[in-house]
Design a protein around this ligand. Sequence first.
Ligand SMILES: Nc1ncnc2c1ncn2[C@@H]1O[C@H](COP(=O)(O)OP(=O)(O)OP(=O)(O)O)[C@@H](O)[C@H]1O
Ligand SMILES: [Mg+2]
Length: 330
Amino acid sequence: MRTVALIRFFLGKGGVGKTTTAAAYSINKALQGKQVLVVSLDPAHNLGDVFEEELGDDPVKIMDNLVAIEVDYDKMIRKHLKDLTEKIKDIYGYLKIFNLDRYVDVLKHSPGIEEQASLEKIIEIIRKYGVGDKAFDIIVFDTPPTGLTLRIMALPTISLIWIERLIKLRLAILERRKTISSITGEQFEVEITGKRLKVPISVKEDPIFKELTKLRDEYNWINQHLTDPHTTAAIMVINPETLPVLEAYRAVEFLKRINVPVTHLIVNKIFELKTIPDQLRPKLEEQEKALALAREKLPGLEVIMIPYLEKEPRGPDMLKKVAEYLSTIP
Ligand SMILES: Nc1ncnc2c1ncn2[C@@H]1O[C@H](COP(=O)(O)OP(=O)(O)OP(=O)(O)O)[C@@H](O)[C@H]1O
Ligand SMILES: [Mg+2]
């Protein structure tokens, strides 16, 4: 029995076919008998439209072996802020003089809150559905367009740099307090707006130190998952056009730097025409150029070509057509 799910991220520029290929891949694996969970992390969901099913925050069965989730972004951010507020109140509860509610209200609009909440959701999903004896075999993430996704994936690496520094700083503060306390022979106290407050002097009793180390462990855990080539694969989706290729190139370079394994390149919506109308000749020349650019800029990835289908691939039957192209992705 597998105890760690394989994780698959479908990434790419807006509109290239991330949701379609993530859905089709999930069907392919479910048909092979794998237990699959597919999760849409895109605030502008369309996974439900692609499956032709009403989806939400709880898993909905699509077919045998396959369930899907559309993450509720509003709920996720509300929960993130609520958890954060409680944490702040727990830790800084003694600072009743400050208006914490107003501080939290400001947090709601602070940069990075969406990325932070998304990462926490990914951690929650992997913890809940990706490890242990009830784990799915595969968890597929359909992602928002590239920029936001990359910021989410880089967050553990970037946060860990900060957290390590904050831990060192906190240790230094506690050390100083301890020294002063041993000289005076009294519990260390500070004066805030005229009130004298007792504050922790050891790592054991310091809630901030505890919170920092908990966060460090959590981010190390998710980073190990996201960078483990046995578990995780990012799959780039592009169209045979210059801009998606260039964006994919930059994304792959970035993912390399944060050690997230990128394995496949799906070139979706390729025009394959038996006879070529004159009006489409420039378009097809552009396609050839983009394919050459993709070969040059994105070497080393396994390439999968999917033609432009005669109909939008929606619903299980059309998705099965797309799924056939994706069987080589493990
Ligand atoms: N191979 C294909 N042939 C024809 N139409 C396709 C193909 N792949 C995807 N489409 C269509 O292209 C549109 C965009 O696809 P999709 O929604 O999967 O892209 P996306 O990358 O998830 O977009 P977004 O960035 O908005 O989430 C949809 O209308 C979809 O049905
Ligand atoms: Mg999509």
